[in-house]
Ligand binder design. Structure first.
Ligand SMILES: C[S@@+](CC[C@H](N)C(=O)[O-])C[C@H]1O[C@@H](n2cnc3c(N)ncnc32)[C@H](O)[C@@H]1O
Length: 292
């Protein structure tokens, strides 16, 4: 396992308290697992023999991909050494073979090998240069391999159904969160540009798929989706206050307004993430991964 400095390991996630955010991400991953399990073969076929889970966190989504493609090599990469250690021990507990985990900051390098599927779940928006990170990932694909990027879909900010349910204060809250990321040099809106970047790289079969989740209401999933969004805002508050030059008191008041609105209705709505999946052309002669 590659070593990183303490400084890198200490700041695994750009907002807030690392341990709190870890717990939030564990819940989020449980929510994400079903969609991945259900759609992996539909999007990437059945012949995947090697998988890179980029920004794998504690590895849970990679474990789902291992369920779908049990014979494939699974490599997980993340810059958070603690998360990688947990992924390694969990993989051992599950008795998984043909897995490997590496601590790597993919902003600077990607040297994990060549893959048939590179899965990037909520990672690219954390990059200072997602375009370069995408190019690096694309270069690590085998011919015929798939790059699958799942991330925040900026279209949600203009979705009339979401706006109707969330109301003005909640939409402001999401905007503060995403604009706050942009102000510190991250790219929460990059998904709108990704298809063009992929075309420039020569990718083919570029498809966009929305991943829907219930939002609010009385179902366990709807409550979890809401809690994950609120949790992000809560842990990010000190940094958001600085980024936007707003008092923490004002942010706390906004947060209470949003929570009260959510609690005052039993009727839920839907939220969504974006998925963009693209394929590297199969090389004519070197026996790259065939479609299927
Ligand atoms: C929102 S979490 C997503 C985790 C997992 N992919 C999932 O969907 O559950 C973002 C992950 O990206 C990792 N990350 C952020 N910047 C990174 C970088 N430059 N290099 C490698 N990993 C990074 C974080 O440590 C964190 O585990």
């Amino acid at each position: 396992m590659t070593q990183v400095t303490d400084k890198q390991a200490e700041n695994p996630y750009i907002f807030g308290d690392a341990e709190l955010d870890r717990q939030r991400l564990q819940t989020q991953t449980k929510l994400f697992a079903g969609y991945l399990r259900h759609h992996a073969r539909e999007f990437c076929g059945s012949r995947v023999k090697s998988i890179l889970d980029l920004g794998c966190g504690e590895g849970q989504l990679g474990f789902v991909l291992k369920e779908v493609y049990p014979d494939a090599l699974l490599v997980g990469v993340d810059r958070d050494a603690k998360a990688i250690a947990r992924a390694e021990s969990q993989a051992a507990l599950l008795g998984l073979t043909n897995t490997r985990y590496e601590v790597q900051d993919i902003e600077h390098e990607l040297s994990a090998g060549q893959f048939d599927l590179i899965y990037c779940s909520v990672i690219m928006l954390h990059m200072r240069s997602p375009q370069q990170a995408v190019a690096r990932a694309y270069a690590a694909l085998n011919p015929g391999g798939y790059l699958w990027v799942k991330d925040f879909d900026p279209e949600i900010l203009a979705d009339s159904e979401v706006i109707r349910f969330l109301g003005g204060s909640n939409v402001r809250m999401i905007g503060l969160l995403t604009d706050g990321m942009a102000k510190i040099g991250r790219h929460p809106y990059f998904m709108a540009e990704l298809p063009a970047w992929l075309e420039q790289l020569g990718a083919e079969n570029i498809r966009s798929e929305r991943e829907y989740y219930p939002l609010g209401g009385t179902s366990a999933e709807g409550i979890a989706t809401l809690a994950i969004g609120l949790g992000a805002f809560l842990t990010a508050q000190p940094r958001l206050a600085k980024a936007h030059d707003i008092s923490e008191r004002e942010l706390a008041a906004l947060y209470s307004e949003v929570v009260n609105r959510a609690l005052s209705t039993k009727e839920g709505s839907q939220a969504f993430l974006g998925n963009i999946i693209a394929q590297k052309p199969a090389a004519a002669s070197n026996g790259g991964m065939a479609a299927g």
